[in-house]
Design a protein around this ligand. Structure first.
Ligand code: PMP
Length: 403
């Protein structure tokens, strides 16, 4: 039904909405579009989800723990799950208690809450560039100013990057979008700069477990711990999630930080969703207690390693004249940068959709939306044959672009 002509015009939406792109909605809906190969989203392979085990845990959660699963949980999360997360990350050096842990509805909520707690309107964020678009989305209502930093540059000055910012944001393991690792020396430099400049440093780590080659590097929160200090009270906030290790539909993540920061984030969560789903938390607790995360990881790693290799082989076969890329040692993405600086990947997306393949244009990872030279390609959702077909379609789209 169309609106009645007698109705007065309504007030419009807040300004930030007009500045938000809808690409994430497109990725999440892409599965519904027939014959579209989705290389865009950071989506896991559903065949890796431990369906039978989760079904059993869900049944047990409701039948045996209705108080945890069905009543309002504490805002901070179920105490036993907070303890479990504290144990998961604690070491000789990093002493954690449940007071260091807030359970959140996916890492994405952690980003939203820390924006609420740390960012004044128009405040300055030091952000690793290119920057995860979900973080840009989460903070957009506060209209932050961004100062990008590139930790992989030889001349990287960590103190200069952080000084004066309300917080700094970094994805040190297999960054979204570039798939790159921040080296140990640079991690140390960022932590030291966070201490000397008094800047909160956000370590967003959804991909840390998805390591295909080489050894894991120390977490920045571990480097920030002062031996003997208990509980941890350092400047690094660590964001973790079950989304990539078990299943994103659980919507369970966590923030690990100084107790004062956890209290502030808890107040923000109170005004956001009161608490994360008790059912999801109870399933997460039993999954971690029974070692389900450790059980499924080898299969996930094997599948994703093969797919990474297949995507990179397809790129080498089809797109080497157009793009340069590095083979990532972990994570979910290959970042391909056009050789021709004039290639506009926003326009390429339109042509790619015509050819029935979806990729993420680099501009959405730039707060200014200006960097249009790269694309982000996901290799976890599709099998080897579909990855190869997706890249073939992308080559068709590139050939169809007007010069
Ligand atoms: N941070 C980064 C860098 C991500 O890539 C993602 C997922 N795409 C998230 C946070 C949020 O993940 P979730 O809310 O599913 O835990």
């Amino acid at each position: 039904m169309s609106a009645s002509p007698s109705r007065p015009a309504r007030r419009g939406f807040a300004r930030w909405l007009g500045e938000t792109n809808e690409i994430t909605r497109l990725f999440l809906a892409a599965g519904q579009i027939p014959d579209l190969i989705n290389l865009a989203g950071g989506l896991p392979e559903p065949a890796t989800f431990p369906v039978a085990e989760l079904a059993e845990l869900a049944g047990r959660a409701v039948a045996e723990h209705p108080g945890d699963a069905l009543a309002y949980p504490p805002i901070e999360g179920l105490p036993a799950l907070r303890d479990r997360i504290a144990e998961r990350y604690a070491s000789e050096r990093l002493r954690l208690t449940r007071d260091n842990v807030l359970i959140v509805s996916g890492g994405m909520q952690g980003l939203d809450l820390l924006g609420k707690v740390l960012l004044d309107p128009g405040g300055l964020v030091a952000a690793q560039a290119p920057t995860y678009l979900g973080a840009l989305d989460a903070w957009r209502p506060r209209a932050p100013r961004y100062r990008p930093f590139r930790p992989d540059r030889n001349d990287f000055d960590a103190e200069g990057a952080l000084a004066g910012a309300q917080f700094a944001y970094c994805v040190p393991n297999f960054s979204n979008p570039t798939g790159r690792l921040v080296g140990t020396g640079t991690r140390r430099a960022l932590v030291a700069a966070a201490e000397t400049t008094g800047t909160w440093l956000v370590e967003d780590d959804p991909y840390g477990a998805l390591h295909y080659d080489g050894e894991p590097l120390p977490r920045m929160i571990e480097l920030a711990a002062v031996p003997g200090e208990a509980p941890y009270d350092g400047p690094v906030l660590y964001l973790g999630t079950l989304s990539k290790e078990i299943a994103p539909g659980l919507r369970i993540g966590w923030v690990i930080a100084a107790p004062g920061m956890i209290r502030a984030l808890t107040l923000a969560k109170q005004g956001s969703d009161l608490a994360s789903s008790g059912l999801g938390q109870r399933i997460a607790l039993d999954a971690l207690d029974s070692g389900l995360d450790r059980k499924v990881l080898p299969g996930i790693l094997e599948t994703y390693r093969r797919r990474r290799d297949a995507l990179c082989a397809a790129l080498a076969g089809q797109l080497a004249d157009w793009f340069d890329w590095e083979v990532p040692v972990g994570g979910m993405f290959v970042w391909a940068v056009a050789r021709d600086p004039a290639l506009d990947t926003d326009r390429l997306l339109a042509a790619a959709l015509e050819a029935r393949v979806c990729v993420t244009p680099g501009s959405v990872f730039d707060p200014e939306g200006r960097d249009r030279r790269a694309i982000r390609l996901n290799f976890t959702l599709n099998d080897e044959a579909r990855l190869a077909e997706g890249v073939r379609r992308l080559a068709t789209a590139l050939r169809a672009l007007p010069a």
